[in-house]
Design a protein around this ligand. Structure first.
Ligand code: PMT
Length: 403
């Protein structure tokens, strides 16, 4: 994958307080490696975790943290600094800073700069999993998104407090790659992209269902990358607990039949359909109206019927979009995926190996892209980076198909 470039970009990096502040040091180095000119502003709490001197040495520029610093104001006043920035990046962004930004407060230098700057704002949150999930934080995130801020992460994984879940700061190289992708070409500008993501749940009775291990991360990353590439994106999401990517319209569904209905209603007005959802192949023939009871020590026989193949149906539409399938395989990945490409009459298929330790429920993946007469391997990488590469190929191949 190409090295990200931010050549000549003037980035104002705001660092707020939290244990992840130490990662901002590496971030400064990575931003400069990518060619950015970086000025750092610390909140008072951030300066308790990492000293301004460290950031000064890494950025090669004076570091500011207070509004009332006469000598700093004399060399470059805070309004001048806000004007200087071509991009404002906050990493890590604490729950407190996100709340202050959402409410338009100007109670310290960083919040004042964000209010005074007209540059695009990217926010990489880092906080405890429960603070991230809290309704107040999510409402503040939604407010900032609505105003055009882009959220980079958070990542999912183990935390300092022996907890695990979404709330970790993205790794510095991922933040730089995402920032570069935001500035990159927009090969899908003017196009409409429909993406399905996540699992489907097929109810057995009012409390049980048949599901699968899809977390939705791959499909959400594709939706995000397509939006970053300039497309108008509709995301049909199975039952997952992921935040909607910036600028993406979302339709939530539960079962395969609901997903089919939502996808078929949307497909005709879209230029591209990417089917990343792990659609349940079977559903119980009938849903029991009451909770099934254990009878004696006996087992339970469940009659299953096949679900419709949504992808094949979209590919068979008279005015079909450019159709991209996924293939989740545990063995013979290439052979099985190519058979699906041909049988379902797809334009492109992204095959991945799935199992207990790959494909599902994790931040990384590897893809094998197949199309009639061609193939390309996308090596193991973060799903967001893979999604960007996949979207770039989709843009190329769909443009060729239209030509
Ligand atoms: O969600 P994550 O945890 O990030 O995991 C990502 C993923 C492994 C789920 C994803 O990368 C992936 O492989 N998605 C497709 C899963 C799947 O259902 O594969 P399949 O080989 O069974 O189906 C082939 C294609 O037909 C897929 O595009 C699928 O969306 C589609 N399909 C399948 C069955 C069905 N009834 N209708 C369909 O449209």
């Amino acid at each position: 994958m190409n090295r990200p470039s931010l050549a000549g970009m003037r980035v104002l990096l705001g660092v707020s307080g939290g244990i992840a502040a130490y990662k901002a040091c590496e971030l400064v180095r990575r931003l400069r490696d990518a060619g950015a000119d970086v000025r750092v502003v610390l909140t008072e709490n951030a300066a308790r975790f990492v000293t301004p001197l460290t950031f000064q040495a890494l950025s090669g520029q004076p570091v500011r943290s207070g509004l009332w610093d006469d000598s700093a104001e004399a060399s470059m006043g805070h309004l001048e600094l806000a004007h200087w920035a071509q991009h404002v990046l906050i990493a890590p962004a604490s729950a407190d800073l996100i709340a202050r930004l959402a409410h338009g407060l100007a109670d310290d230098l960083l919040a004042t700069l964000c209010l005074a700057s007209t540059a695009p704002l990217s926010i990489a949150p880092a906080m405890n999993v429960r603070m991230w999930a809290h309704a107040a934080t999510q409402a503040n995130v939604a407010t900032l998104r609505q105003r055009g801020a882009t959220f980079l992460g958070p990542a999912d994984g183990p935390m300092a407090e022996n907890e695990s879940g979404p709330g970790r700061l993205l790794e510095p190289h991922q933040i730089v790659a995402e920032l570069a992708a935001l500035q990159g070409p927009r090969p899908l500008a003017g196009k409409r992209v429909l993406v399905s993501a996540g699992p489907t749940f097929e109810d057995i009775d009012p409390v049980r269902f048949i599901g699968n291990r899809s977390s939705g991360r791959m499909g959400f990353a594709v939706a995000e990358a397509a939006a970053q590439a300039g497309a108008e994106v509709t995301l049909v999401a199975g039952p997952v607990s992921l935040a909607t990517p910036a600028g993406v319209a979302r339709v939530d569904v539960r079962s395969a039949r609901q997903m089919r209905e939502a996808v078929l209603a949307q497909a005709p007005r879209h230029d591209v359909f990417v089917s990343a959802a792990a659609v349940g192949d079977f559903r119980p023939e009938a849903v029991a109206p009451q909770k099934l009871k254990k009878s004696g020590g006996g087992g339970l026989e469940l009659a299953l019927v096949q679900n419709p193949d949504i992808l094949a149906e979209v590919a068979a539409l008279p005015q079909r979009p450019f159709v991209v399938g996924f293939a989740a395989e545990t063995e013979n990945v290439e052979d099985y995926a190519r058979a699906k490409l041909e049988r379902k009459k797809l334009d492109l298929i992204a095959a991945n190996r799935v199992g207990a330790d790959c494909g599902f429920e994790r931040d990384d993946n590897a893809l094998l892209l197949l199309w009639p007469g061609g193939r390309e391997e996308l090596a193991q990488a973060d799903k967001r980076a893979l999604a960007r590469a996949l979207v770039a190929r989709i843009a190329e191949r769909s443009a060729q198909a239209r030509a």
